[in-house]
Design a binder for this molecule. Structure first.
Ligand code: PEP
Ligand code: MN
Length: 366
């Protein structure tokens, strides 16, 4: 069943982003002082950034850290808007923040990951925004719960917000991984395919947690067809009061956007491209049919084994047999350039389905 579409205004009609991709929101993690806001906004404006972000109220993991300068910072942002012509954006986590932002005529707000995870707060924010047409971006919740993310979007949409988009910043994980937050791109891809109408940003700063990963995450995100990037930028990142490791100077951001990332076309009208791609896709279609046929055949044999086990009163699972089979699969797979991770995912799915089918036979459901 197709999901109901969100009634949204296309990104390029919000009056703040222009094609071509990527649409960039940049600015410091936090507004720290009037000088820092002005200097950073000036640097960003010079490289063509239209939308300036800065956190005013900061949700910090531990108490006692810098928790933002509060509404005072909005005045500095207003000054940056007036002098440099940038649009200004900040994070809101409750109705008081919304009221301050509306009073300061902030151009866009976003909900942070910790807020999206809390439906009470999201509803409070949605209620406070009712009747406005301010653009709102919704970061993913800290945990990889797609429904919770969609639920937040629904609450804002029901409040009449039509300039609505998302920011993927990755998910918290207890495991030690390369990035600060786990991208789990499949969740982002699922959201995009269910709601292609929603403008989609990726936040490589919070996802990577280090300036060293901003390029690779930005490139990945463009290659996946997402149109926007939110990147933290500070005039002097090494002394930033929050997220010092994941911010670029405006000059570094310029180098990233103009020299280090490649914007690939999502499609082309060239006849040569069309002919070649159509041929390759035809091949893929045949291979996919073969895969389905082969999986079907495997499943039939698996059911026969199930019947045979039932007849002989043998349990479904023989783990030694599975370990042996899988070792052979990995060895063979390597010859074809398939990684162990990929084979594990595929064969675990196959194994699970086989066990399920045999279980139905043995328990007499089929
Ligand atoms: C931020 O954008 O500064 C921020 C706090 O991000 P997140 O909600 O993704 O942690
Ligand atoms: Mn930050």
């Amino acid at each position: 069943m197709a999901d109901k579409k969100f009634d949204v205004v296309p990104l390029y009609e919000w009056g703040m982003f222009t094609e071509p991709r990527p649409s960039v929101v940049a600015g410091p993690c936090s507004a720290e002082s009037e000088e820092q806001v002005m200097e950073t906004a000036k640097g960003l404006r010079e490289l063509g950034i239209n939308v300036f972000r800065a956190g005013i109220w900061k949700p910090r993991t531990h108490p006692g850290c810098f928790e933002g300068v509060g509404a005072e910072g909005l005045k500095w942002m207003q000054r940056a808007r007036k002098e440099y012509g940038v649009k200004i954006a900040t994070e809101v986590a409750g109705e008081k923040h919304v009221a301050e932002c509306l009073k300061a005529e902030v151009d866009m707000v976003w909900l942070g990951a910790r807020t999206t995870a809390n439906p009470f707060l999201v509803q409070e924010i949605a209620d406070a925004l009712k009747g406005t047409d301010i653009p709102v971006l919704v970061k993913n919740p800290v945990n990889a719960d797609l429904d919770l993310w969609i639920g937040a979007l629904e609450r804002l949409s029901r409040a009449g917000i039509r300039k609505l988009g998302v920011i993927h910043r990755g998910f918290s994980t207890f495991d030690k991984i390369k990035y600060r937050n786990d991208p789990q791109w499949q969740v982002a891809i699922e959201l995009r395919s269910r709601y292609p109408e929603l403008p989609f940003f990726v936040d490589p700063s919070h996802m990577g947690g280090s300036r060293n990963y901003i390029q690779e995450i930005s490139q990945r995100s463009l290659d996946l067809g997402f149109e926007g990037l939110m990147i933290e930028s500070h005039c002097n990142p090494s002394v930033a009061l929050s997220d010092a490791k994941q911010q670029l100077t405006p000059a570094e951001l310029k180098d990233l956007l103009y020299n280090q990332i490649v914007v690939r076309e999502s499609d082309s009208d060239s006849p040569e491209w069309r002919e070649n791609i159509d041929q390759l896709r035809a091949k893929i279609d045949v291979i996919d049919e073969n895969i389905i046929y082969t999986l079907g055949s495997r499943m039939r044999v698996s059911r026969q084994i199930g019947e045979y086990k039932k007849h002989n009163n043998i349990a479904i699972l023989q783990t030694a047999r599975w370990d042996q089979l899988f070792a052979k699969v990995v060895e063979k797979g390597e010859e074809y350039g398939l990684t162990e991770k990929f084979l594990t995912d595929v064969f675990n799915a196959i194994h699970e389905a086989s066990v399920e089918a045999q279980n139905e036979i043995i328990s007499g459901k089929k």
